[in-house]
Design a protein around this ligand. Sequence first.
Ligand code: ZN
Length: 143
Amino acid sequence: MKTLKIVCSECSKVNTIPTEVENESISCSQCQADLDNPFTVEVSDESCTTHINENDIAVLVDFYSTTCGPCMAMYESYEDAALGFGSTVRFLKVNADVHQKVAREYGVSALPTIIAFKKGQEVNRVSKQLSQVELTLWAQSLI
Ligand SMILES: [Zn+2]
């Protein structure tokens, strides 16, 4: 049976889901949260690494700061782009002022920086403000 690993947005538990039940609603075995929730997930140093390394689905990570104008200008675009994806692409957000360890680990030197990962491997990155359309097209290309 083919399975897919999805990290829970709420509790960071790694769930293994049989791909045959793709059309049914899928929930976390630990906290019952929806695994196909289409909302962005605010992550920390620890949970960010788990999401990047353990998810079989593609992951986008937005490294931002609340004091960075372009970061805040992109805030809603990023939230809105995420709504189209559910359990196909996970949209993460890292406050790089608070979680400096993970930002350093991935060599983030400018904000905003958005990095795409597939199964723990960086696919590509962009260090500028993107529109909702640009984010959506990028996420689609990762599926
Ligand atoms: Zn959970």
